[in-house]
Write a protein that binds this ligand. Structure first.
Ligand SMILES: [Cu+2]
Length: 142
């Protein structure tokens, strides 16, 4: 059975109304040796208006926020500057939709591995903080 990995550590200021961002159901698609890219997916909910502006992980040299778009029966992806997180609304990053793309993986990712993701969240006022998430690797083909 798949475990839902969701560990959220947000730097909290006791007096500031910082957007609290919850990440659930975080997972990364497993890879075969020699495979250099994969996708990461999760569901984000922010307590106030914010956006996801960057992602990093020690498992890959770089990570981008991507959108998927179908045209002429072919799925295309392109990079996004940010994904909006409207207050109190679940925002799902999933295969075929918006997702996180990991490039130049530092190692193959097998089912059950854990991949730390650092999400940079920008609040409506421009302030940024990070949310640490642990994503579970799910087998290829899911
Ligand atoms: Cu992509």
């Amino acid at each position: 059975m798949m475990q839902r990995a969701a560990l959220v550590v947000a730097a909290l200021l006791p007096f500031a109304a910082q957007a609290a961002v919850t990440a659930t159901d975080a997972w990364v698609r497993g890879t075969v040796p020699a495979q250099k890219t994969t996708g990461a997916f999760l569901t984000l909910t922010s307590s106030s208006e914010a956006k996801l502006v960057a992602v990093s992980t020690p498992a890959a040299k770089s990570a981008q926020i991507h959108a998927s778009q179908e045209s002429g029966g072919i799925m295309h992806m392109h990079a996004l500057d940010a994904i909006a997180l409207p207050a109190g609304k679940k925002v799902e990053l999933r295969p075929g939709g918006n997702h996180i793309m990991l490039f130049d993986l530092t190692r193959a990712l097998g089912a059950g591995d854990q991949v730390p993701l650092t999400l940079t969240i920008e609040e409506a006022g421009g302030k940024r903080h990070v949310v640490e998430v642990r994503a579970e690797v799910r087998p290829l083909g899911r």
